[in-house]
Design a binder for this molecule. Structure first.
Ligand SMILES: C[S@@+](CC[C@H](N)C(=O)[O-])C[C@H]1O[C@@H](n2cnc3c(N)ncnc32)[C@H](O)[C@@H]1O
Length: 284
């Protein structure tokens, strides 16, 4: 079945981890999302789709940016993440109730009638398709004529120590898993700009723009290192590797990650990582 592995992951450990660490992840990742939002200009009463909306923070932020007659749909394969999204929506005692809806589903399936949306937006939610050209072609059909696509995704791991530093530290203790195929579904599925160009062209998009975005991501300015570490050690590829490792090696792997992350910490600023993204826009 299409995207089956991702469905299992995001309804399993990955989804649970994003729910548990929602506040920290939002603190880290809000800015690239905002930059991507700024790159789209929407008409009054806009219809917008947030693909792979996860815990819905960005979907709700869109509602605060658009007028009251706009309608924003968040779609995601992860039931636990959408449960939190609906809780966050319910905590907003205002017009968001009518403006925002969350739908469980695979965005690569034809879930929406043709020409439904003025824009499709995604922060880190479109790199996980088994067949990216087909998935993007389906999304394109859901856009109105001249409708806009805007998404932000990670550049290569070598430019993103948020992923690589803890992983390399864990790998100094643990055996390496089989290497992932370049372009395989995952956080770095669209890290190569030539792959993005190819996918958008195959899907029929016009006017593709792929721009680099470099930002300093930081968390925990007011927290002691130990506290931030206890959260970061539970997120990302190093966390998955440690979780699956031989119990006799877990403590040493944790210590290695602790020492490595300490190099990114300064009191008062918290932990900061240089991060590199692609900001992508295109038109139906
Ligand atoms: C890295 S998370 C990003 C979540 C959210 N956009 C954010 O930035 O907080 C990736 C999200 O994409 C979702 N996802 C992956 N494949 C999907 C698919 N085929 N259809 C819909 N959602 C998908 C996952 O369930 C997950 O919530």
């Amino acid at each position: 079945m299409n995207n089956q592995l991702q469905k299992e992951m995001w309804n399993g450990r990955a989804g649970a981890s994003w729910v548990r660490h929602n506040t920290l992840l939002e603190q880290l990742l809000a800015e690239p999302g905002r930059r991507c939002m700024d790159s789209l200009s929407l008409p009054p009463s806009a219809r917008l789709l947030d693909v792979g909306c996860g815990c819905g923070n960005q979907t709700l932020e869109w509602a605060s940016r658009l007028d009251d007659s706009s309608k924003i749909t968040g779609v995601d394969i992860s039931e636990p993440m959408l449960t939190l999204a609906n809780e966050l929506k319910a905590a907003n005692q205002n017009e968001l109730q009518a403006q925002v809806e969350f739908i469980v589903g695979d965005a690569s399936d034809s879930l929406f009638p043709n020409e439904s949306f003025d824009a499709i937006y995604s922060r880190f939610g479109v790199m996980f398709f088994d067949n990216p050209p087909a998935a993007f072609a389906t999304l394109r059909e859901a856009l109105k004529p001249k409708g806009q696509l805007g998404f932000v995704c990670w550049q290569s791991p070598s430019l993103n120590p948020f992923f690589t530093a803890p992983l390399q530290a864990a790998l100094s203790v643990l055996p390496a898993p089989p290497p992932a195929k370049p372009g395989a579904p995952g956080p770095f599925g669209l890290a190569d700009p030539d792959v993005i160009k190819h996918v958008l062209a195959e899907a029929g998009f016009n006017k593709p723009r792929i721009e680099p975005l470099a930002l300093e991501l930081s968390v925990g300015a007011s927290q002691p290192f130990e506290e931030i570490f206890e959260e970061l050690i539970q997120i990302g590829p190093a966390a998955a590797l440690i979780a699956e490792s031989d119990p006799s090696l877990k403590d040493r792997a944790r210590e290695a990650v602790y020492e490595r992350l300490r190099a990114f910490y300064s009191p008062g600023d918290g932990i900061g990582f240089e991060a590199n993204f692609w900001l992508v826009t295109a038109q139906r």
